[in-house]
Design a protein around this ligand. Structure first.
Ligand code: SF4
Length: 439
């Protein structure tokens, strides 16, 4: 039975990664079942929620800026509640209210699903809660992003402590979700019409529940459910096993895309980052992936300007990018995160050098992405229609098996359909094609 809720309209904005999107979807479902109502304009809300990211300083600055933007609504509507949840809430706790006094609730990554009780003022729930160890993994149900695709969280937290990364501090130690429950949840999603799932974890490759590892979990999902398309992220190169590649190569329900963060092409920097692999090891994995999985797309994350990175080490990253030929990459310049190991290193690469390195890297990757996408031209890709193009209603947008966006002329096709699309042209970011009739 729903609790009765006064002033029950909520608006939620999500910053950051897929894990946050998945958490927000779950929180939305929790709020709806508890009698809250979702609205899509902040000014109509009684509760404004920001699910936040701490991974880079810029991400936190954006949230702070937005919190001051919405202060105007609070002046008009004194009962309006503002909740900051997730990674930044976890990192700053009470300090967030000192910085932004009009924030009412601060709930960390293990406590955010308690927001309905906090808003309703239930006993035992405090406006600022960041202690770990309260989360009930089995209570975290996957929620559909739309009628046809869903995120399924398989583990939370991370034990790797890469020296630049705040995640282990704000998301806690790695906890695996029960494989039985994951399989049950995927079955439930299939019954609800979902055709594509993305399994989520900070490092899916270190998943272990009882004697089941990540390839074992994938095998169970394949044999016990009829889900049509399976993706996962993120993979850590130190834990990605040959067996995973073999399992993926044996079934075309696994989408041929692996996101494998490289971060740097220089071994000394990789060691300082605490990544626990070398560029030689990374190259070997990619070679094996490409030898076993047809048309696989490999994407990555890269950081330039890590403390003490020399010009030669930056060149090593460029060389790696040239050699490996990623389909796409997320590229960043290093920024210090307070509390991480790398905070102790001198942030000694000047900002203008970091910017120059990043711009050159982006230009190189753009050229490579363009070339990789040209290889798609003439191929037919079974693609999941996601909706209309963001730029024009005249085109629909679909996602290929390799996770590339393809646009095609709007016709009698619905979001959620998987259709064969012949790729006619491509730029660095988008493919263009047409549906192949009768396939
Ligand atoms: S694997 Fe490293 S980069 Fe990824 S979340 Fe864990 S600590 Fe951060």
């Amino acid at each position: 039975m729903n609790d009765s809720v006064k002033n029950n309209k909520f608006h939620i904005t999500t910053f950051g990664c897929q894990m946050n999107l998945a958490d927000s979807s779950t929180l939305v479902a929790t709020l709806l079942t508890r009698g809250f109502q979702r609205v899509y304009k902040e000014k109509e809300a009684d509760v404004i929620i920001f699910n936040t990211c701490s991974v880079r300083e810029k991400a936190e600055e954006r949230v702070l800026g937005r919190l001051w933007d919405i202060y105007k609504y609070k002046k008009d509507k004194p009962n309006l509640k503002i909740a900051v949840i997730g990674c930044m809430a976890q990192r700053l706790g009470e300090k967030l209210i000192e910085k932004v006094p009009h924030v009412d609730f601060v709930l960390g990554t293990d406590r955010l699903f308690e927001l309905p009780d906090v808003v309703m003022g239930h006993n035992g729930f405090h406006p600022v809660m960041t202690a770990f160890g309260y989360e009930n993994m089995d209570a975290i149900l996957p929620v559909k992003e739309n009628n046809f695709s869903a995120y399924v969280t398989i583990s939370r937290g991370c034990d790797n402590f890469c020296s630049y990364c705040i995640v282990p501090y704000v998301r806690g130690e790695e906890r695996a979700h029960s494989a039985d429950r994951i399989v049950e949840n995927v079955k439930r999603l299939v019954n609800d019409g979902v055709v594509e799932i993305t399994l989520l974890g900070q490092n899916v490759n270190s998943y272990r529940w009882k004697d089941i590892d990540f390839p074992g979990l994938l095998q169970r999902i394949i044999s016990e459910t009829s889900i049509r398309r399976i993706r996962f992220m993120t993979s850590h190169p130190k834990d990605l096993s040959d067996r995973l590649v073999e399992v993926m190569s044996e079934n075309d329900r696994f989408m041929p895309h692996i996101h494998l963060p490289l971060q740097s092409g220089a071994n000394r920097i990789l060691e300082k980052m605490g990544r626990n692999y070398t560029i030689e090891h990374y190259n070997k994995i990619v070679d094996y992936i490409r030898s076993r999985i047809n048309y696989v797309a490999v994407t990555t994350d890269l950081i330039v300007g890590f403390p003490s990175e020399t010009e030669a080490e930056y060149e090593a990253t460029l060389r790696a990018v040239r050699n490996i030929q990623f389909d796409a990459a997320f590229m960043f310049r290093y920024s210090v995160r307070p509390g991480t190991l790398a905070e102790k290193y001198a942030d000694d690469v000047p900002e203008d050098v970091k910017i120059k390195r990043l711009n050159n890297l982006i230009a190189l990757q753009q050229k490579i992405s363009f070339e990789r996408n040209q290889r798609e031209v003439g191929q037919t890709r079974f693609s999941l229609i996601e909706g209309t193009s963001r730029r024009s209603d005249a085109f629909q947008r679909a996602r290929t098996e390799g996770n590339k966006i393809v646009l095609f002329k709007t016709g009698d096709f619905m979001p959620g359909q998987v259709v064969p699309i012949r790729i006619a042209s491509a730029d660095a970011y988008t493919l263009h094609g047409e549906i192949v009739e009768g396939k």
